[in-house]
Ligand binder design. Structure first.
Ligand SMILES: [Zn+2]
Length: 140
């Protein structure tokens, strides 16, 4: 993640929010509508505890802006923020809208080892365009 720079397309998703210190990528794989990964774009850090206080404030503001953008567009019942990094140890946070017809309504929705097929291109592009428009007016 450190070495990829700040691309528009990181292979897993397309960026809709380019924050002060982090980028938010809408995931192509049809895990859940709006499933997004926010990636810290500063020096290599694994845990949020390695950030200075100023960096932590900047990171979580970018995460919250991402979450608000998703909330505004998808109107989920609940948002889950998941900062794990067990498999890929560079600071990133999954921001997951949760819905009534969710596959695991009372528990976490894990990022699967075997990714499902991508969303239909028109659905993905429409969501991405709406999120980019909303994100351009962040900070909320
Ligand atoms: Zn790193």
């Amino acid at each position: 993640m450190c070495q990829e720079g700040r691309p528009e397309d990181n292979g897993f998703g397309l960026r809709f929010l380019c924050g002060c210190v982090a980028d938010a990528y809408l995931q192509r794989a049809a895990i859940q509508r709006g499933y997004t990964v926010v990636i810290w774009r500063g020096r290599h850090v694994v845990e949020p505890t390695e950030l200075t206080s100023a960096e932590a404030v900047a990171y979580w503001l970018d995460v919250v802006d991402t979450a608000r953008t998703l909330e505004t567009h998808f109107q989920p019942l609940k948002l889950n923020l998941w900062t794990a990094g067990n498999g890929l140890p560079h600071l990133h946070t999954h921001v997951i809208p949760r819905f009534l017809d969710d596959p695991a309504p009372e528990g976490p929705l894990a990022y699967p080892d075997d990714l499902p097929d991508p969303f239909p291109d028109d659905v993905f592009r429409d969501d991405l365009a709406a999120l980019r428009k909303l994100a351009s007016s962040a900070r909320f």
